[in-house]
Design a protein. Sequence first.
Length: 745
Amino acid sequence: MDKTEKLSGTVSDILYQNEENGYVVCEVALPDSDIVMVGTMPYLMVGEGITAEGVYVNHASYGKQFRVISCERTLPSTEKAMRSFLASGAIKGIGEVLAGRIVDEFGEATFDIIADSPVLLASIQGITKKKAEEIGKIFNYRMGIKRVIEEFTKLGLTPEQAVAAYSVYGNDAPMLLKQNPYIVCRTGIDVSFETADRIAKELGFDLGDTRRVRAAILHILAHNLQNGHTYIPKLKLTAVAANLLEGFEEDEILEIIEDMFSDGEVVITESERHDCVFLPRLYEAESFVAARVAQMANDETDYGEDIDALIDETEAETGIEYAVMQREAVKHAAARRFMVLTGGPGTGKTTTVNAMIDMFEALGKKVALCAPTGRAAQRMTQLSGREAKTIHRLLEVKPMEGGLTPEFARNERRPLSADVVIADECSMIDILLMEALMRALKRGAHLILVGDYNQLPSVGAGNVLLDIIESECADVVELDEIFRQAAQSNIIVSSHGILNGEYPILDRREGDFFFLYVDDEELGAKKAADLIARRLPKAYGYDPFTDIQIITPTKLGALGTKELNARLQERLNPSFSMPHIKRRDVVLKLGDKVMQTKNNYDIEWIKKSDGISSTGVFNGDIGRVAQIDAAHEILVVDYEDKLATYPFSSIGELELAYAITVHKSQGSEFDAVILPLYHCPVRLRNREILYTAFTRAKELLVVVGDYETLTQMVDNLKHSKRYTLLREMIQTLVMESTDDDMTLF
C-alpha cells in the first residue's frame, strides 16, 4: 500500500454525498492549495474542519484525489465558516440570506443556540417558531447521527448499521453499545452475533453475562429464518447455543430461554413432537394465518346463481370445454371464501383460473390477481389478459425502515377493495407475506391460492402452501390430468414422471427435451456456454439474454453459478471499454444480465410504459444493466417493465444472472432452459430440485450432465425439512370450532 499522509483543511464544497453509506466526494481547502477528498465521511458539511489520513490516487476520469482512510472532524468555529456551513443546504430551510442573519445575530454562539435553544431563532426575520424548532431538530439529528457513526465505525461497524442503531436508540446508541454490545444483534440493525461478540471482547465485556446468551438465542432464531424455519425445537436451540457460547451449560441456557419467554423476547409453545421456540413476530404470523384459514375455510357462500350455467356460458364464449375437475374447481371457488388450486404443469391451472375470473366477473365481483415475483405477475398478466401485480405492489409496500417485514398501506384498517384475490405461484409465498396478504382482505372477500406444492418451498420462512394442504382442513382441488396438447411435451411428461420416480427418456433426438452427456465438469461448462451463446440462438432464433436461462443446483464448481457467470459474461458481454464497476471480485458492465438477491423496499423505479414511479425491487427479479453513471454513483437496471436506480452502495445486492440457482428460478418461466447436472453436492441431489428445474422451461430444455447425477436426483425423494407449526395450528383451530359447534347444539 502507498505511504499514508495526513492533511488538514476546511471543507469548501460537497461534490457528492451518499447518506446511506457515508461515502463523500468533497473539495477541501488546504493552507496552500485545494484537493478533492473521497471516502467514508458520513454527513460531512461545508465549513467543517477536517484532518484526514489517507493516500493520493489517480482516478481515470477525475485525476488526482486523496482517498481518506480515517479522519477527525470539527465544526466551524469562525463566523465566516459558520455562514458557509449553514448556507450549504445541510439544514433544510436555511439558505445564504438566513444563514447570514443567524450568524450576525448570534455570532460564535450560533451552534449552541441552534442545538440548545432553537426557539430563539424565531426572533430573526423569516423564521417562525415552528421553523425554528424544525431547524433545531434537523441540526441535532445530523450532529447526533454523525457522532453515532463516528463511534460505531471505530468499532468496525458500518455507517448503515450505525444509522439503523440511531433510528432505534437515538443519541444514546454509543453509550448503550458500550454497556451491552449485543443490542446491535436485533433485526433491523443486522449485526451478526460474532461481530457483537468481537466488540464485546474488545470492550472488556463480561462474557459470562446472561445478556450474551439472550443475544445468541435471538441470533440463532433469526439466522434460521433464512433456512425456512419459523421456530426451532427448544432442545435443539439449546444445543446449538451451547456450541456457540463458551462457558455456558445447556441447563443454564434452558433457564435463560424460559426467562426470555417470561420477558416476551421469545414465544414457547408445544407441538405434537416437542416444545417450539419462536421469535414473537413469527409466532404472530403463523397464528394469524392459521386463524384466517380456519375461519375462511368454513365460510360458505350462496350467490343464488346457477354456477353451472355461468360455466356453460363461459365455455360457449371461449370455445373451451372444461374437464370435470376444472368445473369442480370453479364451483368450489364460488362455494367457499378460501380454497387452494394445485397441480403440476400441463394440468390446466391457468385455464381454470381464467374460468374462475370469468365466473366472478359475471357475478359482478371485483377480482385482483397477484403473484410473489415480478416475472410471475407478468406471466399471470399475459395468460389471463388482465393486470396482475406483485403482492408487494398490490398491498402498496412502503419504504423499509428496519424490522423483519415491510409496512404495507393495505391492511385491516385500509383493506383491498377486491371481492376476490387470486394469488399464483403460492409455493413461493413465505409466512410473513401470506400474513400481510390475509390482513389486507376485506370482510367477506374470497382468497384463492394457486400453486404446485411439489416445487421448492419459499426462500423466506414457512412452508405455507404445503402446510395448508396437509392440514386437510381447507378446500383443495388438485388437477392431475395432463391435457392432450401438454401431453405432447416431453418436458411436461418427464416432469410428471420425475414426481412418480420415473427416469426421463434421454435418447430422444427430437422434441423439446434433450440430454447431452458429459463426463467432465469443464467440458460441461464449455457445452453450456456454447449452447447459450451460439447453438440455441442459431438453431431456434433465441436471444441469449432474454430467452435462454441456465439453471443449476449449485453455486460452486465449474458448473456452479459463480464460475458459469464469469465464463458467460466473458462470452456474451466481453467488452471492457464500456462503462463498468467492480465490487469485490465481481465486475458489472453495461448490458450485463443481473438479478436482485434480496428484497429492497427503498430502490426507486419508473415504469417504462406510463412513467409511474414507486419503490421496491425484490429477491429474484432479473434485468439488464442499462446505465452506469460514475459521476453520480448510480447504476440503472432495466427490469423489462421498469427502470430501477441503484446507488453504488446497493450494488452488492445485484449478482450476474446468466446462470442462476434452481432456488432463485422459482416463479419464473423461460423459453429455453439449460440445466447442468454433474456431480453437484449430495444435499442438492433430490427430486424436488430436479422437478422444479424441469418445470421452469416453456419450449425447450437441455440437460448437460451425467446419468448418475440425474438418476440419483430422481431416486431421492427427500423434501426440504422445515420447522413450521401452521399445519397443526390450523387443525387445532378447526377442531376447536367444531367442538364449539357441537356444544352449542
